[in-house]
Design a protein around this ligand. Sequence first.
Ligand SMILES: Nc1ncnc2c1ncn2[C@@H]1O[C@H](COP(=O)(O)OP(=O)(O)OP(=O)(O)O)[C@@H](O)[C@H]1O
Ligand SMILES: [Mg+2]
Length: 497
Amino acid sequence: MFVDRRRELQILKSSYELLKRGDRVNIAVIGPRRIGKTELLLQFKEKAQGVIPYLNLQRIGSLDSFIFAYTRELLYELSNTLGITVERSELLNWDDLLILSAKLDVDKEVKAIKTGTLETLFEAQEAILANTGQKALFILDEFQEVLNFKGFLDTMRAVTEKQKNIAYLVSGSAVRMMEEILEPKNPFFGQFRRIYLRGLPREDTITLAKTTLEKAGIESAQSALDLIYKLTQGHPFYVLAVCRRLIGEGFEKVRRKEVHYAFLTELLTEKGDIYMHLEYVFNESLSRAHRGPVHKQILLILAQEEGLRLSDIAKRLNKPTGEVSNYLKFLLRTDLIVKQGGRYYFADKLMRFWLAKTYLGITELELKREKFLEELIQELEEKYLRAKMELGLAKEAEIREKMREIFGLDFKSYRRGNVEFDGVAFGDKIYVLEVKWRERPATYRDVEAFLKKVKDEFGSAEMFFFSTSGFTDKAMKLCKEKNIKMLTPDDLGIGLG
Ligand SMILES: Nc1ncnc2c1ncn2[C@@H]1O[C@H](COP(=O)(O)OP(=O)(O)OP(=O)(O)O)[C@@H](O)[C@H]1O
Ligand SMILES: [Mg+2]
């Protein structure tokens, strides 16, 4: 069962529509492991009409096999679209492809690809598409794997940049690596629109869990579903793992108590899918570390206490900051940790909890004790999941600092009863600051809500609205109308890292 991702599907759909009308938009779908990238791409492919080849680069070992697999998928999808029936299982080698290409009247091009280079492939595909009168949106999953092929990006960019009949939809779980591919110094800078995939929203998470349990004849209390959302933060793989555990345990009705047990069993015992997943990600991330034990030690320190600075960590390791800085740089590249305002945090809060707890060696027997489970959940909610907020607070602090430097306004966070503002400064008049640190643009409703809050609290004030991902057109219009100063990270020289 597939839930949500409506906005993302819409973006993908419209990019293919644009391509058909002659405007190509490449898209990069970026997100952590198991968040649902492949599922989204395949869902889009299934629903869309047209030539949408899909290739997962994870399983491709050499450039030759890439060229073959790429051509094969392209021809397969073309044939299907043009009503030529062919099975994938009939396309096993170049001879099979050549026979098919003759039917499509593109055998000259395919012959050239067979004996050619990567450049030939990209050049010939344009001719193939032109000859058959088609436009293709090629999906390349686990795109960061192309980094194994030297010069791949340069070639691809140079040849495909001016092509009219093809656009790309790339995806990858190595967030840092994907960002590097799209960085200014690299050939693909400015060529891709990025979609960041995160956990599912509350409502859809609950639908996913509820339906999955119902299918197995299990009834679930609303409070239990709420808890599943809270603990998994909408990560679909975690949600499904918890549901599978609940089903496997043979519960008839699921309340909070059962969720406590299922979730912690999944997370903290070796038989759990979440446990295995985290262990895999952890080991894989560190597999290229030359000083593995030190890197591990740093992560354990951060698992105990997040938000440390380089100097704090160096002190605890009793090593020079220069050396520790290098370890941290390595760890940042693995996506395990993030740096915000000079402090280090775990990217995945459950990974942090898992590390902190599994090194303590919690036994299955202990997980049978209800009281112990409750305590663990409480600790998880209060200490680990809440840390997300601290991260947000650190960002807000950084923004207020920049506002001081640039505008000379001394914003302080503001709270009176239930009313909160990210920053208020009192001077000749009242200045109010709103911060939206999100991966989607601020909307009309965000701005409207801010306006109302300011009006209710202060009557009038000079307003600043900071948004990491810009503003929708409507939001922008409203800001201009109401004289709200719009700010983005570029305006303040703030990195998003
Ligand atoms: N929108 C969704 N609705 C329902 N289930 C989903 C959804 N997205 C993902 N899932 C489920 O979550 C799991 C992980 O999804 P998927 O394999 O697509 O993630 P991924 O980001 O491609 O992972 P990887 O980084 O390992 O390639 C799968 O079991 C998938 O069926
Ligand atoms: Mg995938």
